[in-house]
Design a protein around this ligand. Structure first.
Ligand code: ACO
Length: 325
């Protein structure tokens, strides 16, 4: 009999500091950088984002989201036998955020590691956890997407700094004989490295290269819309389902126009797409579990419904997870 992984509980965390577009525009203006609420809303759909406090690291956000997911699942940290974190903004070069979360939750012993697939990080992490549950090596996994992108933004570059925010989302997965995750689909193509990257890195005690986010927005836009449709269709085909079977589309929250274009290609009406980009901005690997938790907690997503989660990010990486909630 096939073993499935089912979502037992979800949780998320946003840092307290909320910046509306007007707040950000006022702050940027002091540095001579001009932007406006109008421009940001029109091109991206973003109205506000949250930024972590100076003393908060990625692992702090991830730990809070995990506590909430464990509470929702009715479990303690000691019940978990696997922790995977999708992130590109870890507290340190090493050790991983996952081991820090494990310790902060008061647990020890189970495997814990990070996955680096940028905005597809949560989709990658969920797929790996699902595979480990299917092989029997894990029974209850904590899967997290957590980011502090504010640490890698260039606040003099208005084409990128208005797009991103900080946050974390988590799910508890459990082995089950009923679905569960129905299909997963992952891809990457390294030739697109330069259209979205943070080229700087630690080298001999200093930073070599520019350690802030660089993006060719139009190239990213075109690529994202195409691959998101392909991966959604691939997961549907693997599960012998069609787009008509999807109750909720939960895409990576980068930009409302990318999400609308993808939804149109999948013939999903706008009210079946979970949108949080307006309030969270783009939180990279955290965006999908944040959106999922938001729609679970406000009662839109119900048990037994079919969800399509899909992400795309630097690398380029992309993928989807089709599941019965
Ligand atoms: N405020 C005001 N004006 C701005 C801003 C800003 N924040 N940013 C750029 N502009 C100006 C530009 O300077 C330019 O002015 P010019 O015509 O005088 O030169 C004008 O606006 C148009 O700039 P474009 O870059 O052509 O704007 P575009 O319509 O392409 O929108 C955007 C830019 C929103 C980034 C778009 O390309 C996009 O949505 N790309 C997708 C990228 C994305 O969402 N990335 C997220 C990360 S990737 C991921 O998560 C997968």
């Amino acid at each position: 009999m096939r073993i499935y992984s089912r979502i037992l509980g979800t949780g998320s965390y946003l840092p307290a500091k909320r910046m509306t577009n007007a707040d950000l525009a006022a702050e940027l203006a002091q540095q001579g950088v001009e932007t406006s609420d109008n421009w940001i809303v029109e091109r991206t759909g973003i109205r506000a984002r949250h930024f972590a406090a100076d003393e908060q690291g990625c692992s702090d956000l991830a730990t809070e989201a995990s506590r909430r997911a464990l509470d929702a699942a009715g479990l303690a940290a000691q019940d978990i036998d696997l922790i995977i974190v999708g992130t590109s903004t870890p507290d340190m070069v090493f050790p991983s955020v996952a081991t820090m979360v494990q310790h902060k939750l008061g647990a020890a012993g189970c495997p814990a590691f990070d996955v680096q697939a940028v905005c597809s990080g949560f989709i990658y992490a969920l797929t790996i956890a699902d595979a480990m549950i299917q092989t029997g090596s894990s029974k209850r996994a904590l899967v997290i997407g957590a980011e502090v992108f504010s640490r890698i933004l260039d606040f003099k570059d208005r084409t990128t700094c208005v797009l991103f925010g900080d946050g974390a989302g988590a799910v508890v997965l459990e082995a089950s004989d009923t679905p569960g995750i129905l299909a997963t689909d992952l891809h990457a193509d390294g030739k697109y490295k330069d259209i979205l990257c943070v080229p700087g890195h630690v080298n001999r005690g200093g930073i070599l290269g520019d350690p802030v986010l660089k993006m060719d927005g139009q190239a990213v836009f075109k690529l994202a819309v195409g691959v998101l449709e392909e991966t959604a269709r691939a997961s549907l085909a693997k599960a012998n389902l069609t787009d008509a079977d999807i109750d909720w589309l939960i895409p990576h929250q980068a930009n409302i126009r990318i999400m609308q274009s993808t939804a149109k290609k999948l013939k999903m009406p706008a009210d079946k797409v979970v949108v949080t980009v307006d309030q969270h901005g783009n939180t990279s690997a955290a965006s999908i579990p944040l959106a999922l938790d938001t729609a679970v907690r406000d009662g839109r997503i119900q048990r037994g419904q079919t969800l399509m989660l899909e992400g795309v990010g630097g690398g380029f990486t992309w993928g989807s997870v089709l599941l019965r909630y």
